[in-house]
Each structure stands twice: as structure tokens, then as C-alpha cells.
Ligand binder design. Structure first.
Ligand SMILES: *Cc1c(COP(=O)(O)O)cnc(C)c1O
Length: 374
């Protein structure tokens, strides 16, 4: 059976590895594994979520709500926008990236991604016949190479993906940089095309900045948010997007109607109302990140990138290990780190680690010193 060319040619997405896989492959106990590979919240979900889910279990014979009004209201309050500017995704924010493609992409439209960045954008966009144009992230300064983005924009550009703090580098994009890009992609501002600038704020809480104010100046922005990181609900698959009322309405036409399950809905609603949990997750996350950064910066054979997120990119060129080998050394010792070889724009000598509890952080640093003989 002949599948579509776009499917035939697609590179598979390489996700971070799970505890189950590592337990099997390396014969370590699942409970003892420390996971620093997938940028999750290591402290677990809000304690109120378990109770809320248990109470909701008796209703799962019913379809979920389709309009999700109360949850939209809460996301709007949390983000300081109007409810009509919110759309909710039931396979996490990833579903909204797919919905963006379905809403805007005609075959041979172009999208721009500065590399290295989140690889899922192109994984989701290529099946719709969209063509990637790569710009650059400056690894020396850990900032966006703005000129490379401006140079890539042309009349065929339909979408740009700009991740801030950027995964996997942890650097931020400034509002001046966004304005330069937004002006060039909005004809009413003198731009060369009308394109959607996606601002991926999956990790914005850890940076204590966001770009929602730009929505007052520009009508071509889509902001991506998720419950998978600070909010501790990666396994429940909930994301939301913020844009203009008009764009949100078009996206609702094509988005799957029942993708957010009843249990995910109640988990999201309970968490977004639990401001104490959110605040604590942010503060503990920042403390862990800064601890890891300081400790890794003391080591001679590696370089840590300053991060505004909950993860840190590490340059291992001088260690004598390739990322695949070093990752294996960690896994043998029950620790999962992210081998970044599959990120376009990085060579085979980078790993990424994410925050853990301080106790786990300390263990990680010990193990890293042992492996690298430091
Ligand atoms: C984790 C992540 C997302 C969204 O993840 P979901 O779990 O699908 O909500 C989006 N963008 C970036 C850069 C991420 O790292």
C-alpha cells in the first residue's frame, strides 16, 4: 500500500526516554531512576488533583464538555486576556501546533524555525506539505540570530516558530526582536507577507516574563502554553493557546471536538486554581535550575548554557564522550538525561538536563563528576 509521500519521507520524532524503557534495558529499579530528560515537574501534580480526579471517575461514561468554558475562563484570568482569545488542546500544546497547520497551511507554504529548537514543529508541519526554512540560534551568545530570521522571511512564509525560553538552549528572545519580526510579517505594518508568529511560551513561568502585551499591538501572534511543565500534568496532555478572537474562532472550526478527556479537564481546572502550588513549583524549579547551573559551571570539561527555563543545555565537546555514549553512562547508573543529537542545529556533543529535587540534583552532580573524572 502506497502511503503519502510526506509520510514516507518523514523523520520520526525522537522523544525523551521513559523510566520503563531504562529499567528494562539497564536492569535498574524503576523506583530508583532519576529522570532529568523530559523537562517535567519533579514534585508531582498539585495534591488537590488526585481528589478531583477520583470524584470525577464516576462520570466517565459521559462525553466530555465540548466548549470547556470554565477552563477557558481560568486560562484567560491566569494569562490576563479575554476568554474568547483562548483555545485548549487535548494532546497538550502539541495538538494546537497541529491545529495551526490544519488552519493555515496550503501545500508548499513555508514555515521558519531557528535551529536548534523544539523538533516537534516540523514533525507536525511537514505532513501538511509545508516546507521548513531554517534560521539560526546563536550558540555563542545563547540569543536568537535575528538577521537569520529576517533574511528567511519572504512572501511564501506562513508561520514562524519562536520558542522563548528556547528549548533546548534556555535563552530568551527580546520584545525588540519580536517587534522586528512581527513588523516584517504583517502587511498592515509594512511587512512582506502575512504570517503567524508563534511564540512558544511552554516554559515562560521560569523566566518571569511573557509576551502577551504584544497581542495589543499585533494581530498575527499565536502564543503557546502548556500544563506539562510548571503545572505538573505532562501525563494528562493539556495545552492552551492565546491569540486574537478571529484566529481562535477559525481554529475551533477544525480542532478535534472531544480531545480533552473529562479527567484531564478536571485536573487542569483544579491546578490552574491552585495558585499556591503554581507559585511553589516555579520557585523550587528556579532554585533547582540555579543550583545545577552553578555546580556544572564549576566543572572543567563541560560548559553549561545559562537558562531561563527548567532545563540546562550542556556542551560536552571536551569530555571525550559523544552525547550517545555519555547518556548511556548515566543510564547505566539509573539517570535519564537527554541526548541532543536528534536536535537539528546541534552536533553529537550536547546533552540537556532538567530540574529535579535538590537531593536528586546533588546525586546527579556526584555521578557526573564520577563519569567525567572531575
Ligand atoms: C513541552 C513543550 C511543548 C508542549 O508540550 P505538551 O506536553 O504537548 O503540552 C511545547 N513546546 C515546547 C518547546 C516544549 O518543550
Amino acid at each position: 500500500m502506497k502511503v503519502r509521500n510526506a509520510v514516507e519521507e518523514l523523520d520520526p520524532y525522537v522523544p525523551g526516554r521513559s523510566k520503563e524503557e531504562i529499567a528494562q534495558e539497564f536492569g535498574v529499579k524503576k523506583e530508583d531512576i532519576i529522570k532529568l530528560g523530559s523537562n517535567e515537574n519533579p514534585w508531582g501534580p498539585s495534591p488537590k488533583v488526585k481528589e478531583a480526579i477520583e470524584a470525577e471517575l464516576k462520570n466517565i461514561n459521559r462525553y466530555p464538555e465540548s466548549d470547556l468554558e470554565e477552563l477557558k475562563k481560568e486560562f484567560a484570568r491566569y494569562s490576563d486576556v479575554k476568554q474568547e482569545q483562548i483555545i485548549i488542546g487535548g494532546d497538550g500544546a502539541d495538538e494546537l501546533i497541529d491545529t495551526l497547520a490544519k488552519t493555515f497551511i496550503e501545500e508548499k507554504d513555508e514555515f521558519i524555525v531557528p535551529l536548534p529548537s523544539y523538533m516537534y514543529y516540523e514533525f507536525l508541519f511537514k505532513p501538511y506539505g509545508a516546507i521548513p526554512h531554517y534560521a539560526k540560534w546563536n550558540l555563542k551568545t545563547n540569543t536568537l540570530d535575528l538577521d537569520s530570521v529576517l533574511d528567511a522571511i519572504n512572501e511564501k512564509t506562513k508561520i514562524l516558530f519562536l520558542c522563548t525560553p528556547n528549548n533546548p538552549t534556555g535563552g530568551l528572545i527580546s520584545q525588540d526582536e519580536f517587534r522586528a519580526i512581527l513588523n516584517k510579517t504583517n502587511k498592515s505594518k509594512g511587512g512582506v507577507c502575512d504570517a503567524i508568529v508563534v511564540i512558544d511560551e511552554a516554559y515562560f513561568e521560569y523566566s518571569k516574563t511573557n509576551n502577551v502585551n504584544l497581542l495589543e499591538e499585533y494581530d498575527n501572534i499565536f502564543i503557546i502554553r502548556t500544563m506539562s511543565k510548571v503545572m505538573g500534568l505532562a501525563g494528562m496532555r493539556i495545552g492552551y493557546g492565546i491569540s486574537t478572537k478571529e484566529i481562535i474562532e477559525y481554529m475551533h472550526r477544525i480542532k478535534p471536538v472531544f480531545s480533552l478527556t473529562k479527567l484531564s479537564y478536571i485536573a487542569a481546572l483544579t491546578t490552574i486554581k491552585d495558585s499556591e502550588y503554581i507559585e511553589e513549583s516555579i520557585e523550587k524549579g528556579i532554585e533547582s535550575r540555579d543550583f545545577l547551573y552553578d555546580e556544572i559551571s564549576k566543572m572543567k570539561s563541560v560548559k553549561a548554557y545559562k537558562s531561563y527555563s527548567n532545563f540546562i543545555l550542556i556542551d560536552i565537546h571536551n569530555t571525550g564522550f559523544r552525547a550517545a555514549e555519555l547518556t548511556r553512562e548515566f543510564m547505566k547508573r539509573g539517570m535519564i538525561v537527554r541526548d541532543c543529537s536528534s536536535f537539528k542545529g546541534l552536533d553529537d556533543y550536547y546533552i540537556r538536563i532538567s530540574i529535579c529535587t535538590l537531593e536528586e540534583d546533588k546525586k546527579f552532580i556526584e555521578v557526573m563528576k564520577e563519569i567525567l573524572n572531575e
